[in-house]
Design a protein around this ligand. Sequence first.
Ligand code: ADP
Ligand code: MG
Ligand code: MG
Ligand code: MG
Ligand code: MG
Ligand code: MG
Length: 753
Amino acid sequence: MGLLALGTPLVWSEAKKHADYVREHGIEQFLNIWERLKDRTGDRLLWGDEIEYLVISFDEANRNACLSLRQTEILQDLQADAEARRERGKDVVNGNGAVATGAGKEACIPVFHPEYGRYMLESTPGAPYGATLEDLLLVEGNMRFRRKLAKSRMKPHEVPLTLTSFPRLGAPGQFTDPYYPPGGGVARSLFLPDEVINQHVRFPTLTANIRRRRGSKVAINMPVFFDEKTPRPFVDPTVPRDRNEWPEDKNAREGAALDDHIYMDAMGFGMGCCCLQITFQACSVGEARRMYDAFVPVGPIMLALSAAAPIFRGLLADVDCRWDVIAGSVDDRTEEERGLKPLQHDRFHIPKSRYDSVDCYIADTPFNRPEYNDNNMPIDPKIRDHLIERGVDPLLATHFAHLFIRDPIVIFEETMCQDDAKSSDHFENIQSTNWQTVRFKPPPPGSPIGWRVEFRSMEVQLTDYENAAFSVFIVLLTRAIMTLGLNFYLPISKVDENMHRAHRRDAINTQKFYFRKNVFDPKPGHPCDPSLDAVEPQPVPPTVDDATLPSASAFGRGRTNGFAAHVRDASVASSDYPASPTVCSSHAPSRSASPTPDIAFGPVEDEFDEFSINEIINGSKEKGFPGLIGVAERYLDGLEKEGKVSEEVRKGIDRSLELIRRRADGSLITLATYIRRFVRSHPSYAHDSVVSQEINYDLIRALDEIEQGKRPAPELLPDGWRTGYDEDKKGKGAFGRCCGDVVGDVAADDAQS
Ligand code: ADP
Ligand code: MG
Ligand code: MG
Ligand code: MG
Ligand code: MG
Ligand code: MG
């Protein structure tokens, strides 16, 4: 979360009057950062994850599993622990005897943050990881350590569960501990009590102002899963259509609640979901922009692969993912902006919610062809012109001119007046309420932090083994992208189509996804093109480390100097990103740089094809596609040949890649599929899509038992996923430099942002 400053929030009618002011100063604040730091280079490749948890409260006697609303107390206790620890002056390490290379010891106490749901926690490692492969071995242990810390401050009947959506949030009966009836003046929900919202004034204000700006409650409708006995049409009997407490209550009977759908009417349904996010620092703004672009087409693929949310409001859905629910849950667009009425009071017709997929690529490279940005994307032309006047290039100017079509939703009276040279609060107000699949994060003023990119599409996984595996995979993919100069460009309209397909039930096995055919080459017909078998391999200049390049034997083709020249010195990228500007010279020349390579692009339509997730991840010989694991391994193989990968590291990485490989090839199922099967085979399930309190209790119990290693789930997790877990107490397991025996001793840092 961006701002958590205390203050007096303005109601929407007031905030609205200051929208232009906040935008104007936000842009000025960005320009101050840009002008100071656009040429900054040599930052290290640091990265870190964010994991969100539901706090579950089990009611044994009534066989009910609820959401515990004790977020505040738990966070306070974790903070007190951390302070006590600091006062005693003990060394605080990662909990695994090793300090992540990103920072000093003190910083390594994990950080816990509040989240939107009053039953949620978020944790991050106390310090970001560094660029070494060895740091990848710390990830799983660190995640487990954080879970242990969180659990140490919960009651015996509570557990932190990394589950994307709580199945019975908003369903009839008790789903919070303590119980509150639905309603309240903030969300005015038919299903959720306002008490599920984090009580910090920022969150209720955000909720209420979204509703006020929109002119109605948000309306989320996810298709219901039709089981054998689900009535058709499905008119949900649990929607209290007759309620007459708030003016918005009529929304449901006047068309907001669709038949055959699961209707949800509050921000909590979306922002109350949990996810797994990874943030990377790039060594320069140019590299951050290329990383951002490469992540864009990967977003929907990882959403499908991590699918974990098949139930909403006590009903089985015909989708497996949370994303569209969150998009709908903060959709503050007015009827005019949504195109339901002609524009009269508002400025733009806006096709997407402020929580949605990325709308444009931003990298300053010739491979970023204008044709890829094929979405109808409103921008504020005044902001764009102003940014360009002040020296921002048109691509980045367009990106921010698009984000800044949105209004600030929460404005604190006390923080209106800011020093634009020192603060980025107004900028972040708009920036951090544009929740897209990838986020380009400028350096905060006055901090040592560099240009960063956040990968945001993934659903959180049940176990830390899985969360670590998804994180490690994305880290390796990033290295491969930057080191090998991979090209993932795909028209944005196709990325959006992939987002829709990613939601479909069992998308891994039923859907095809658009992806670029040749990730090594900017243009079809280039000698790297897998379709050109006959081309002779060509010599490679000596500055390029052969081992890390896609080898001709693996993909059947040679390559030209033109390609090789775009590749960063791989020996340098292999272990770390040192602070030398030469390292940061891009693999791809900037648009303005000359001479640009002589690239003859063909039609965009020839560049991509439809692939299964298995093909995209594991590759396809037939299609000459290496797969995302293939490119990650190629990168690793190169380092291995140089003796830069220890056996321990390789083992740890293989342990992670096994999960990704097998989820993609269907030999392991997603959590969404596991949950759906569990419900459908439950003895009390009536095959009517309804997930009762009893089924929910058994399901949540089962998930917790799997996480604790007390219940086998070989269809979900590979054998040996807990290898090393039981040796924890000694501080070292086969894989695990896992948690030492430290819980209750070491505690969490305060929520710093
Ligand atoms: P958000 O604003 O997305 O909520 P958080 O502060 O919760 O961000 O988490 C950001 C993640 O980025 C954490 O895992 C943190 O360790 C990591 N991180 C912190 N500093 C850097 C940095 N300079 N470069 C890369 N990652 C960083
Ligand atoms: Mg965070
Ligand atoms: Mg956050
Ligand atoms: Mg979060
Ligand atoms: Mg984040
Ligand atoms: Mg933060």
